[in-house]
Design a binder for this molecule. Structure first.
Ligand code: MN
Length: 186
């Protein structure tokens, strides 16, 4: 019987140690090889292969919704980080204070995002693995504030992680997503 794999864990577009000292190599291994891989494995056990990812993100089945969101969110997250990020984009950087407050203030596990909503940039936060795509919003930047993203290095000091994370933002990729109006998966 053909063993059909519907969703695939993407390789990191850089070395595991590339984001040092801001994101440590051990966190990158655990985050990508265990957490993201887990979402992909779980998702593949739950779906038939006929579904669209955009529908899975809005599934009434929380296991499907969470694992689909975990896969898409992390695939996005690896892309928008890099060791050499290029020049910041002013109109995105102008939202940093609001974004940082959303990331720091988010209670429990989740994400803060800068999204395009009706053609305008907006800061939002989402809980657990909810994707902005499920709300019709296209992310151009996002930070994972689950403890698994920072606890090994930053312990309980989420603010230090957020501050450090800005050093590894991939501005080239953010600019690309911005110019394309976000990259809709639908
Ligand atoms: Mn994560």
């Amino acid at each position: 019987m053909l063993d059909l794999i519907m969703f695939v864990l993407p390789d990191l577009p850089y070395d595991y140690s590339a984001l040092e000292p801001y994101i440590d190599v051990e966190t990158m291994h655990l985050h990508h090889d265990k957490h993201h891989a887990g979402y992909v494995d779980n998702l593949n056990k739950l779906v038939t292969g006929d579904e669209k990812l955009s529908d899975l993100l809005k599934s009434d089945n929380p296991k499907i919704k969470n694992n689909a969101g975990g896969h898409i969110n992390h695939s996005f997250f690896w892309q928008i980080m890099t060791p050499k990020g290029g020049e910041p984009i002013e109109k995105v950087l102008a939202l940093r204070e609001e974004f940082d407050a959303a990331a720091l203030g988010h209670f429990g596990s989740g994400w803060a995002w800068i999204v395009i909503n009706d053609g305008k940039l907006e800061v939002i936060d989402t809980s657990n693995q909810d994707s902005p795509e499920a709300f019709g919003k296209t992310p151009i930047l996002g930070i994972d504030v689950w403890e698994h993203a920072y606890y090994l290095k930053y312990k309980n000091v989420r603010a230090d992680y957020i501050k450090a994370w800005w050093n590894v933002v991939n501005w080239k990729e953010v600019g690309k997503k911005l110019n394309e109006g976000g990259v809709r998966i639908i």
